[in-house]
Ligand binder design. Structure first.
Ligand SMILES: C[S@@+](CC[C@H](N)C(=O)[O-])C[C@H]1O[C@@H](n2cnc3c(N)ncnc32)[C@H](O)[C@@H]1O
Length: 278
């Protein structure tokens, strides 16, 4: 069934952002590690049909295709043509014939109901406009007993986000970042409310020290997108206020620097739920 792609401004900007990032996206080691871990936890079996929502450069889709084998199938969907170009290039280079990709909006899919054994959403749930609605939407495409798996990140994760959130609160601005799914309890409640059962959440650490320069580069300012918020709330700040926020951001980071660098927490919740059998 073909998917129609009609993007609003928020989603068009996400698509453009990730198309710009697509050539360098695979340079991050931890992304690949957590994508593979998500697939490992799902314990896929040969012959299964898998949907990889917001597939990006296909980190999850490729790993899943190796497990489901020639008798199975993986479908990867994303709104970013640039990310899908990279995904298709990788799959072609690897000679995989059981993976296909579609340009499609995760919140407006048109697959047959009860048609996938497993659905993944790796490192992308916070980009959805309506997280509850998306989880309910995906539920219908799972076969009874089928598994949904996604990543969420603790609110202590990503030092740049933690520091900027604290500073802009003083200006009356609330940046969401990972907040909607930033605890095991919140992830559990989202899945329960959308109808999933057998909910299991495994928390793992991918934290490390980063240099002061790397931490400073986490500053996205008002030119980038804020996940789940459009327009970016930082646009409410004047040029002077934004300059002041950036100076404070860099000072706060400098104060956190140790001989090893700056601790960048990445606490990942590998979150799973099943569609009940009846
Ligand atoms: C951080 S990347 C994650 C990519 C991949 N899943 C991974 O684990 O490496 C977020 C991805 O979500 C995609 N995305 C965001 N909103 C989307 C939507 N509504 N529908 C489909 N893809 C979306 C972006 O285009 C981007 O490729």
């Amino acid at each position: 069934m073909p998917n129609q792609l009609q993007l609003n401004n928020y989603k068009q900007q996400i698509a453009d952002l990730y198309s710009r990032r697509s050539l360098t996206y695979d340079q991050s080691d931890w992304h690949l590690q957590i994508a593979h871990r998500l697939v490992e936890y799902a314990q896929l079996t040969p012959g299964q049909r898998v949907l990889d929502i917001a597939t990006g450069t296909a980190m999850v889709a490729i790993k899943a295709s190796e497990v489901v084998g020639a008798g199975g199938e993986v479908v990867g969907i994303d709104i970013s043509p640039g990310m899908l170009d990279q995904a298709r290039r990788k799959v072609e280079e690897l000679g995989l014939t059981n993976v296909k990709f579609q340009l499609a909006d995760a919140e407006a899919l048109q697959f047959a109901v009860n048609s996938f054994d497993c659905i993944f959403c790796s490192s992308a749930l916070i980009w959805m406009e309506d997280i509850s609605g998306a989880l309910r939407h995906w539920y219908q495409f799972l076969k009874p007993g089928g598994l949904l798996g996604f990543h969420a990140f603790a609110d202590t994760s990503f030092i740049g986000a933690v520091v900027v959130q604290k500073i802009v609160e003083k200006y009356g601005i609330s940046l969401l970042f990972n907040k909607p799914t930033s605890t095991e309890g919140k992830c559990h409640d989202f899945l329960k409310a959308a109808g999933y059962d057998c909910i299991e959440i495994k928390s793992e650490q991918y934290s490390s020290y980063v240099s002061l320069e790397q931490a400073k580069q986490m500053w996205a300012g008002n030119e980038s997108l804020a996940p789940g918020q459009f327009p970016n709330p930082l646009l409410q700040l004047s040029t002077e206020q934004l300059k002041a926020v950036k100076i404070e951001f860099e000072l706060e980071l400098s104060a956190l620097e140790t001989a090893q660098g700056i601790w960048n927490d990445i606490t990942v919740f590998f979150t799973f739920g099943r569609k009940p059998v009846n």
